[in-house]
Design a protein around this ligand. Structure first.
Ligand code: ADP
Length: 494
């Protein structure tokens, strides 16, 4: 039950305001954090309320003048040092992440490095926040546009990437001179606190980053962020339903919003695809984090001529998965985040089976595969379903679990229509060896990100984000800075 760490001081069960650990709140309440692989409590955090959140906001507000007036090079140096410290502590950070989130240790380590890459990237981009000198149409006026930080940014992050969803936002915000107040998911606050500890060691001044830990007052604190006159922007990653609530709540103060919401990615395999490569990519794009990422595939569309072959190849691969604790070296796939997630995934499978889907593998709800080892966590067996139909829940809802549902199609037009028939528009993938088709389909998929002959698209150098109800704004890349800055146009008469 104990977590072995090289540096035990990274395990912090507190909120974080003004570079101080906040261990108690006015109410004195705490909320538990569970190990999803065993279903037992592993930590507890102060259950902060809006008063505590307000203190964090004021701390960030007070820190803003000094932080925003540092040179970009100074901020860059701190971010770079933070990046180095993360890599030096990557094993501990990965262990903390696996403990609270459940993903296999190797995957957790991957997330830590991916998360760190945003600090590396934005420490470089910090120095390149160029404005513009605009050729003036008037001889008497000179025109330019400079870029300025938004101010204090309210950040709300999910549990599926407890590290990287925070660094992706912090990196960009801090690079341009914003200060931040973040509310991590109550399922995974340990990673957030460990990160802040390293930030403090890297020299992040007090007040620049704040962490509000809460469970009971999640909604109230979200509303408080949105309505606060001291917060200028909200950056949120999570469900579409909550994203809409935040957008509405922010209307009265006209905040700048950056929203990374749910997805319902299609993965299309055309008849001219390299089938083996497509299956490899499909496994990655579907089952990473046990299907709990927003760019995970939700719908496979496979040409009718190869659908059976694809389903059986996929089934063979999935049968070899080892489901278990993320700390076990043989584990390829960890648990889901909580029991509610298990129930939801199961309901999607049951619904598909009731409507005539064919079970290729998985699909049983008992804790079979790993129960022998005495594990009683939130597991769901990786599942492959064939003969999917449009009237099934999986066709339109986000499953967010280890279930691959395979639909079939005949023509390119038909499959594009099916793939686009959703209000989501985050990621899409397809496999084809026809170059013209690759261009056509990449352009016609209604999504923010497309993987052509690949299932791995995330990178700190590329703009991540969605269209339609999958959100607004882009994270990472050069564009990531736009979310945290405003242009100021200056006209100078001569
Ligand atoms: P998920 O299904 O991934 O848990 P959520 O959108 O519910 O997606 O959660 C993402 C983040 O949003 C978490 O930090 C969660 O605590 C927070 N959250 C949930 N509901 C609200 C709300 N009404 N206002 C603000 N934040 C919320």
């Amino acid at each position: 039950g104990q977590l072995e760490l090289k540096d035990k001081s990274l395990l912090i069960q507190a909120g974080f305001i003004d570079n101080t650990h906040v261990k108690t709140t006015a109410s004195g309440k705490r909320f538990p954090v569970f190990d999803p692989a065993r279903g037992v409590e592993i930590a507890s955090f102060p259950d902060m309320n809006t008063e505590d959140a307000e203190r964090a906001i004021q701390a960030a507000k007070n820190a803003l003048p000094e932080w925003s007036q540092k040179t970009a090079k100074e901020r860059s140096a701190i971010l770079r040092k933070w990046y180095d410290l993360i890599l030096q502590n990557e094993d501990d950070l990965a262990r903390i992440l696996t403990w609270e989130n459940g993903k296999p240790l190797a995957e957790a380590l991957g997330e830590i490095r991916y998360g760190a890459s945003f600090f590396e990237w934005f420490s470089e981009e910090a120095k390149r926040l160029y404005g513009e000198v605009i050729p003036s149409p008037s001889r008497q006026q000179r025109m330019m546009a400079i870029r300025q930080p938004l101010g204090v940014v309210g950040i709300i992050t999910p549990w599926n990437f407890p590290n990287a969803m925070i660094t992706r936002k912090f990196g960009a915000a801090l690079a341009v001179g914003c200060t931040v107040v973040a509310k991590p998911a109550s399922e995974t606050p340990l990673s957030a606190l460990a990160l802040c500890e390293l930030g403090m060691r890297a020299g992040v001044p007090k007040g620049v980053i704040g962490i509000v830990t809460t469970h009971t007052d999640t909604k109230a604190i979200g509303k408080h962020f949105c309505e606060s006159l001291d917060i200028s922007g909200i950056s949120f990653t999570g469900s579409t339903a909550v994203g809409k609530v935040l957008l509405k709540q922010s209307a009265d103060t006209v905040k700048k919003m950056s929203l990374e919401l749910g997805g319902n990615a299609a993965f299309i395999v055309f008849e001219d695809a390299d089938l083996e490569k497509a299956v490899d990519a499909a496994i990655m794009a579907k089952f990473r984090s046990s299907g709990q990422t927003c760019i995970c595939v939700n719908r496979f569309y496979v040409h009718s001529s190869i659908k059976d072959k694809f389903a059986s190849l996929m089934g063979e691969r999935v049968k070899k998965f080892q489901v278990g604790s993320g700390f076990d070296n043989s584990t390829t796939h960890g648990p889901l985040i909580n029991q509610r997630a298990v129930e939801k995934v199961h309901s999607h499978v049951e619904d598909a089976l009731q409507h005539g889907a064919k079970l290729v593998t998985g699909g049983t709800h008992d804790k079979d595969s790993s129960a022998d080892s005495g594990i009683h966590g939130y597991f769901y067996p990786p599942t492959v379903l064939a003969d999917m139909k449009t009237n099934m829940k999986m066709a339109t809802e986000e499953t967010f679990g280890p279930v691959a549902g395979i639909f079939s199609f005949e023509t390119e037009d038909e499959v594009l229509e099916a793939a686009n028939k959703t209000r989501f528009g985050l990621a899409g993938y397809f496999f084809s060896n026809d170059v013209s088709r690759c261009w056509r389909v990449a352009e016609k998929l209604q999504v923010g990100m497309v993987g052509v002959n690949t299932g791995a698209i995330s990178s700190e150098v590329a703009p991540f984000g969605g269209i339609k109800e999958s959100g607004m704004g882009r994270e990472g890349a050069r564009q990531g800075l736009d979310e945290y800055t405003q242009y100021k146009y200056i006209n100078m008469a001569v």
